[in-house]
Ligand binder design. Sequence first.
Ligand code: GLP
Length: 248
Amino acid sequence: MGLLDTASPLDRQSSVPIFTQVKMVIHGAVDSGELQPHRRIPSERELSALFGVSRMTIRQALLEMIGDGVLYTRTGKGTYVADHKIEQPLQRLTSFTQDIGARGLRPSSRLLGADLLPAPIELAQALAIPSGSELVRVRRLRLADGEPLAIETSHLPHSLCPGLIEHDLERHSLYGLLHDRYGLELASAKQTIEAASPTEEERKLLEMPAGVPVLRIHRFTSTRDGVVCEFVQSAYRGDRYQLNVDLK
Ligand code: GLP
């Protein structure tokens, strides 16, 4: 393989652990574009022969690179180079459709559920609506170029968007509908982000390899007039998504 023909020999005198050096060589080939996204890398056995190190060392390097989202595995098929992570700047209030479209990928949705429910007390307080009043709940699997990326469950006061669930929520952007059909100008949001283990259901829906975390995001979105109109719980694939912030 080209990667390994050009790989610099490992420096066994160095204080840098051997598995880290293996990672650096594979990383270098991914960064230089020599190993393209979705290309299969050599097997553990081949890599161990090529680098002259144990399979345990190779496995440790590969497992870390899978955890970092640089590589991914397909059961029974081997280890592949992951696509670049999708970056989301946190300075601007954007929709999934905008984020994915801005990266030249095709956004799509699979509707997992849409219903009406009485607002539980805490959510009613946060949305400044009477407890027990109707909420619209929309649960969607979000995809980029057909690949599952996130599960999003949005809750909106029904009074702000009556009849929302009658719209085709697979074909339309939620924010697009809120703007075009209900005149809601979304202007700001408060968001919390934490890393977590996916639930079994999330792991299946997102087709995630074992050991990869999700980014759990909670967002309260407000209109230009300060009306809180959405509470969203999202789980994004931690190996496919990167959140960026510019600090000044
Ligand atoms: C982002 C936000 C969600 C929001 C969604 C709307 O993913 N994190 O809070 O519900 O965008 O996306 P769209 O307008 O594409 O349906």
